[in-house]
Design a protein around this ligand. Sequence first.
Ligand SMILES: NC(=O)c1ccc[n+]([C@@H]2O[C@H](COP(=O)([O-])OP(=O)(O)OC[C@H]3O[C@@H](n4cnc5c(N)ncnc54)[C@H](OP(=O)(O)O)[C@@H]3O)[C@@H](O)[C@H]2O)c1
Length: 206
Amino acid sequence: MSSERILVTGASSGIGEGFARAWAAQGKALILTARRVERLEKLATELRAQVPVELIAADLSQPEGVDQLVAGCQQGPWTIVGLLNNAGLGWQSSLAQTDPAKVAAMLQVNMSALTMLSRAFLPGMIARRQGFILNIASTAAFQPVPYFAVYSASKAYVLSLSEALHEEAREHGVHVAALCPGPVATEFQEVAGMEPRFFCPQPIGG
Ligand SMILES: NC(=O)c1ccc[n+]([C@@H]2O[C@H](COP(=O)([O-])OP(=O)(O)OC[C@H]3O[C@@H](n4cnc5c(N)ncnc54)[C@H](OP(=O)(O)O)[C@@H]3O)[C@@H](O)[C@H]2O)c1
């Protein structure tokens, strides 16, 4: 059986879960990660009817969580041929009124973890001249968004990083891209404490 795996961060809900389902339907074997293990187990049980699926729980708001995820992937008999850097969160508030711990978590998950996971898996992809990294940015990457300032700035970082890495990687046969969704109906809005009047999300696939 092939050891090739696509690593999906933030697979326990929303867009990450949607990608996991779509790739499983295409026969792509997966490693799923997030914090909520029971959610991952439920999804994995379902998708294992189609493809091999591994789980590695990790809290990407902690640098140690990123290290544990990388170590877990590298210790297994797997080759990471694709990385979906999807895990992310926002928080609707002025920076002055945002809990500093929430600010730190946003920066760590949205930017640092995404960057360090790319750093961990790009060399192998380059050596094999095969692979892809897909980073989930946002339409918020294209303009400053007051009361979503850290989130939108973090997504501008993701877009800029992705465009630069695209150039660095493509001569090695590796694809790097950013996806910039508009509003999608997921748990994002609840996690972000958003008021419904600010948001008209579309369901996944809608
Ligand atoms: N929904 C939208 O309108 C929209 C629009 C543009 C871009 N995006 C982006 O799309 C991506 C996915 O968001 P979504 O809409 O699917 O939201 P979601 O349903 O809230 O999913 C977020 C995912 O990120 C994971 N995550 C959050 N904090 C984490 C942490 N500390 N460690 C590990 N995993 C963590 C969550 O898993 P656990 O909680 O189980 O850890 C969950 O699987 C995000 O990067 C978001 O910024 C969303």
